[in-house]
Design a protein. Sequence first.
Length: 268
Amino acid sequence: MASTDSLPADFKARAARAITRQPILRDPRLHEAYLRSRRARRRRQRRRLEARGDESRSWPALHGMDRRLAELLGDRAGFFVEAGANDGYDQSNTYALARLRGWRGLLVEPIPALYEETVLTRPESEVRNVALVRHGHPEETVTMRHGGLMSVVAGARGSEEDDRAWVAEAFRLGLEHEYTVEVPARTLDDLLVEIGDPAVDLLSLDVEGYETEVLRGLDLERRGPAFMLVEVRDPAAGKPPIDALVGDLYDEVEMLSPFDVLYRRRGD
């Protein structure tokens, strides 16, 4: 069989457009049922492989970040928080730690359909269907704009127009359906107290530009994780505010990807 590298550059785009002409992908309800079925099938396949000791599908993070984290954190088990959990698997920075290293944790996903998938995929962890906010957030709920892996808090990119542009890639090929949803607003401090106030060894934060707001909902002096992996989509503009929030308590370890910076708490 020919390698996909030899196919025309727009082959995947043309194939996806052909797929989306099918009725099942034009009806949001049928499409969501189709996605659930596909995820369930992949979940069964992955678990069969893992039961045989095959780890080929157990490292889903981008840029090998999960493998690098496993190297830095060692073989010991620990407790993680992953904010922006998606479906618990795709591009997860903590899936391998849970499945292969015995870690437990707290997973936070605001989009209800993805939260339901995370509950099925990650039985080892607490899972919450909320949007993380800063202390003093004025509303009890947050409006989320669904965009698959790029779902965003309404206004997080600066305006409704910027929000829509941010999630546009998820819908460019018609493989997702756009909608907004209201979800409960909670601080990370509140969630940690709710589950027993565990010591956090790793915080993985990927919330599409809302990272500083989430960190303002966490008492870093009292509950600061040993390590924090923070996505910064525009390092030149986005990293200085993160550094300002954590700089007195944390040192930068390294960039684990072009957009993800790892910090270590001083003294750990």
